[in-house]
Each structure stands twice: as structure tokens, then as C-alpha cells.
Design a protein around this ligand. Structure first.
Ligand SMILES: [Zn+2]
Length: 122
């Protein structure tokens, strides 16, 4: 697969009810989309950034949904950011696994103070 082919697949993905773009091809044992040219959420973020992800940084999901390649749900951050982000999103400790989180809470959004708010889907 080339980068162009990867972008074509991404652009053809229909968003799910959370706005997530689920990678439609191979998913690795950790739950991330993977191709021969790399992890798809990293490639999708690098496309948005227009540069490689910096050393020591990761492509993180706002939506906690590992197979998601929606560039709007991805950001460059450290392990620390990931832990903080998660604890802000799920202050009472939650629920591991993106899908379960999203089913319980919906896609988190930031309020005007920049804090995560829960949108509860019951
Ligand atoms: Zn997403």
C-alpha cells in the first residue's frame, strides 16, 4: 500500500454515529488499524499535521476509539497527556476500552473552559 492508497481508503470511510472513521481493513491485536506502511491513526494524524509525529509523542484519540482515523479525533501528545486526558474524560475512573467508553458516555466534548464533558447516551 502507498500513502496515496491509504488516503483514498480514509477518504471513502463513512463516519459512524459518533463521527468516528473506523479503519475498514486490518486491525491489529491491540485494536489499532494497521497497514504495511504503519499504524493508520499515526498516518492519519501525520497527514493532518503535514509532518511526522515528533519523537516521544504519540497519535492519541480524543474519542478513545482505537480503529478511528478521523483526523479531527486525533492529536499529538505524550503518554502523560493520554493519561490526563483520559482521567479528565472519565473522572470517576471508568471503563477501559474505547468502544465501551463511547457506548457509555458518547464522544466526549470540551466545554468553554476546555474541560471534557460527558455526553451520556442512555
Ligand atoms: Zn473517533
Amino acid at each position: 500500500m502507498t500513502l496515496d492508497e491509504f488516503y483514498k481508503i480514509c477518504d471513502a470511510i463513512v463516519p459512524d454515529e459518533y463521527g468516528c472513521h473506523r479503519w475498514p481493513r486490518a486491525i491489529d491485536d491491540k485494536g489499532y488499524g494497521r497497514t504495511k506502511i504503519g499504524k493508520v491513526h499515526r498516518l492519519a494524524l501525520e497527514r493532518k499535521l503535514g509532518r511526522p509525529i515528533r519523537r516521544g509523542f504519540h497519535a492519541l484519540h480524543h474519542c478513545d476509539y482505537k480503529p478511528c482515523v478521523n483526523p479531527d479525533h486525533l492529536y499529538e501528545g505524550t503518554d502523560k497527556d493520554n493519561v490526563r486526558d483520559r482521567s479528565e474524560r472519565y473522572p470517576e475512573g471508568a471503563v477501559k476500552g474505547g468502544k465501551a467508553c463511547r457506548e457509555k458516555y458518547g464522544l466526549p466534548e470540551r466545554n468553554s473552559k476546555g474541560q471534557w464533558t460527558k455526553r451520556i447516551n442512555l
